[in-house]
Design a protein around this ligand. Structure first.
Ligand code: R7I
Ligand code: MG
Ligand code: MG
Length: 349
């Protein structure tokens, strides 16, 4: 039975928070044996462990700012969103932000700033960041906007507040599109799902700025498309090792090395997999598998969790996991409010 739309909305944002909180344990680890992942997840079910709640990081902190801004302004308002990022960073600077983005967040706090996109453009010698910080917080755009064109447009603009390199903001659009398609049930046909993402990215990567950035960074002409083609190849194989996934797709802090990887985690875990408990549903498999890749685990699990949560719905998420993570109730509330917003008629520009 396929979950209802509200259940999918809630699954998306709660799944994202869970990935961040649960994945934080292994962020930066090079080698994460599946045993350790299952041990970590097993501890969530043990109510006597008493080691308190798993805290969320910058991924969730910024996702909440995006959702709050879209809901309060009932549209994309770059100044409001920028102000929320800066205020959130100021209130809780210790959530594990990327080392570059901190400079942007400090500049965004200035009341005299005229152009809120300018601080991001000054990053990394003027090319802007290609980190995954735009993508990690992109899920609310998929819930707020009805058309694929709007999801693309606003998730890119929202990412540009901190990430002005095309690899950074196109990665955010890819993540938002994956969540958007998943909300519509598109993962029922995995091949079509990936083909749709490839054709959307082909359009985005034709762009002049995208072509220039790819060249300057010594990448192939259509970097996201070529990664997504690799995802497709890996889907066709009978068995894929963790090492192959890491070498083909990456597990790093760059959006290019983590957004296609998160999408692969979801696709790979649509079916039961060796080494993962049989009692696990798809969302549990997806999060476990994302952790086992190591690298930027909180962010890859956060992005995979959002896509998987949109597919399986809120009821697929174990209560014990929800209770172990900080910010789940708030994410659930934001998802319900975004659902109400989505149900309103939206005006064409
Ligand atoms: O992208 P960003 O917000 O970081 C997100 C990550 C997630 O894993 C979070 O969970 C958190 O841990 O951080 O922050 P940025 O500082 O913009 O980018 C992250 C890192 O990517 C930077 O600190 C750089 O190491 C690297 N990076 C670059 N390095 C060289 N040249 C990003 N862009 C560049 C670049 O153009
Ligand atoms: Mg983080
Ligand atoms: Mg991270």
């Amino acid at each position: 039975l396929s979950p209802g739309v509200l259940s999918r909305f809630r699954g998306a944002l709660v799944g994202s928070v869970l990935g961040d909180c649960i994945g934080g344990e292994f962020e930066g680890a090079v080698d994460v044996p599946l045993d350790r992942v299952l041990q970590h997840l097993g501890a969530l079910e043990d109510e006597t462990r008493g080691d308190g709640i798993l805290q969320y990081s910058d991924d969730t902190a910024m996702m909440r700012c995006v959702a709050d801004s879209l809901l309060t302004r009932m549209a994309f308002d770059e100044r409001d969103m920028a102000r929320r990022f800066a205020k959130e960073y100021n209130l809780a600077p210790g959530r594990g932000y990327g080392s570059g983005v901190i400079q942007v967040l400090r500049k965004l706090a200035s009341p005299h700033l005229k152009d809120v996109f300018q601080p991001a453009q000054a990053q990394f010698g003027g090319r802007g960041s290609f980190g995954n910080g735009g993508a990690m917080r992109a899920a609310p755009f998929a819930l707020a906007f009805k058309s694929r064109a709007d999801v693309c447009k606003y998730s890119r603009l929202g990412a540009m507040l901190t990430h002005s390199c095309s690899l950074g903001y196109n990665g955010a659009a890819l993540q938002a599109l994956a969540v958007h398609l998943s909300l519509q049930g598109a993962l029922a046909l995995p091949k079509e799902f990936i083909n749709k993402l490839i054709s959307e990215m082909e359009e985005m990567e034709k762009d002049e700025k995208a072509q220039l950035d790819a060249k300057a960074l010594n990448l192939s002409e259509f970097p996201y498309c070529s990664r997504l083609h690799r995802v497709k190849e890996l889907m066709d194989r009978n068995s894929v090792s963790i090492e192959e996934v890491i070498s083909e797709l990456g597990n790093g802090i760059a959006a290019l090395q983590s957004v296609p990887t998160a999408i692969f985690c979801v696709l790979h875990c649509l079916e039961p997999r060796d080494g993962l408990p049989e009692r696990f549903g798809g969302l549990e498999r997806t999060i476990s598998y994302s952790l086992a890749l190591g690298g930027d685990t909180d962010t890859i699990a956060c992005m995979a969790g959002a896509i998987a949560g949109a597919h399986y719905g809120i009821d697929s998420i174990p209560q014990s996991w929800q209770k172990s993570c900080e910010g789940v109730e708030e994410a659930d509330d934001l998802a319900r409010r975004l659902y109400n917003f989505y149900c309103l008629p939206q005006f064409e520009e």
